[in-house]
Design a binder for this molecule. Structure first.
Ligand SMILES: Nc1ncnc2c1ncn2[C@@H]1O[C@H](COP(=O)(O)OP(=O)(O)OP(=O)(O)O)[C@@H](O)[C@H]1O
Length: 348
């Protein structure tokens, strides 16, 4: 399951030269307004014809010099900011619309209704639904078109924060249960952090970096593109057991940690979000601290006020002052201790 994109296109004000590969999972297209995200979505879904290039979805050429499949032949399900449902039809009829000629569609419909919790909405019309319910219906309809790729262009942008919070778990479920690559355009860093497995960073019509989200968060050059406050790490942790005081013992690539308020049985793998400004560095093993999580690490890079640390095969950023870098003499290869003040937990 993969999408390979390479195209060039000249608009009067912007020359686009875009190339990236999207593996399975959620690939977020991220970049400032006007950098070419929606144009890229249009080129992939067949809504515009690039000047040149090659776009391939699961070994099927969608576009190259000779081939230019029509949007309906590309097998791409699209979800936009506005749900674009048929207002005169019930939710059930909207869902059935793209699949009405396909065999096996009824079984598929049951699965999608269950996946997105649409059962209670089936008899309602779009005008009576909340924004989040409308978007869930639009996602269901896109899934029922039997797509090979799901494209979502700012699907939550029109929703207020509480509607966004309501729909987010459904999107996570979609990511984890539907084996379909998803291309996700968003300006929202929290959405990208929660949903994306791969991030494509765009600027002025070009891709400046594409790779796993975890690599971007712990790269001193790239993390600031998502916002310096977001720099840090996403590290894997496996639940090992409970302590008598209720704290949960987890094992990370950098050693054991104790966390509070964690659900899940022994063996469950979690992703821990650690922010760079929540880490203190010490050259000596600290004693007499209230902090519970002190991990031995090695400095791999120092860049401005960001120090990249190795935790086994994972990387983490710590934000420290230039003075601390000098006083602690931090440079690649320096062994030190990372005192992690707090972490949040994302489901794996
Ligand atoms: N049909 C068109 N004709 C001329 N210029 C266009 C056309 N469509 C897009 N552009 C220009 O191409 C650039 C990229 O637009 P695009 O909509 O892809 O950006 P974007 O990254 O999706 O922005 P936003 O985040 O604001 O939606 C913009 O400068 C836009 O004005």
């Amino acid at each position: 399951m993969s999408l390979s994109v390479a195209y060039r296109h000249a608009f009067p004000g912007l020359a686009l030269d875009v190339a990236f590969d999207a593996p399975g999972g959620v690939t977020a297209l991220f970049g400032p307004s006007g950098c070419g995200k929606s144009t890229t979505i249009s080129a992939i879904s067949g809504l515009m014809r690039p000047d040149a290039g090659r776009i391939v979805l699961n070994d099927r050429v969608l576009f190259d010099g000779r081939t230019n499949l029509s949007p309906q032949d590309r097998r791409i399900g699209c979800v936009f900011q506005d749900a674009r449902l048929f207002p005169h039809m019930t939710v059930a009829a909207n869902l059935r619309y793209p699949s009405r000629w396909r065999r096996g569609a009824a079984r598929e419909m049951d699965r999608v209704v269950e996946l997105l919790g649409l059962g209670p909405l089936l008899k309602r019309r779009p005008g009576t639904l909340s924004g989040g319910e409308r978007q869930r219906t639009a996602i269901g309809r896109a899934l029922l078109s039997d797509p090979a790729l799901l494209v979502m262009d700012e699907p939550l942008a029109a929703l207020d924060d509480s509607r966004k919070a309501e729909i987010m778990p459904w999107l996570e479920r979609l990511r984890d249960e539907v084996r379909l690559p998803i291309l996700y355009v968003s300006h929202s860093v929290p959405e990208v952090l929660r949903l994306a497995t791969t991030v494509v960073l765009m600027e002025k019509g070009r891709v400046t970096h594409a790779g796993p989200l975890t690599d971007i968060l712990s790269d001193p050059d790239l993390a600031p593109r998502l916002g310096t406050r977001e720099a840090g790490a996403l590290i894997r942790a496996r639940i090992e057991g409970r302590e008598p005081d209720g704290m949960t013992r987890v094992m990370t690539a950098g050693g054991p940690m104790l966390l509070q308020g964690i659900e899940g049985s022994v063996g469950t793998v979690l992703r821990l979000r650690v922010l760079a400004h929540e880490i203190i560095l010490s050259r000596d093993a600290p004693t007499g601290l209230s902090a519970l999580n002190i991990l031995p690490t090695t400095v791999t890079r120092v860049d401005g006020g960001l120090v990249q640390l190795a935790l086994g095969d994972e990387r983490m950023l710590a934000q420290v002052t230039p003075r601390s870098i000098e006083v602690l003499d931090l440079k690649p290869g320096t062994a030190c201790y990372a005192i992690v003040k707090s972490v949040s937990v994302l489901p794996s």
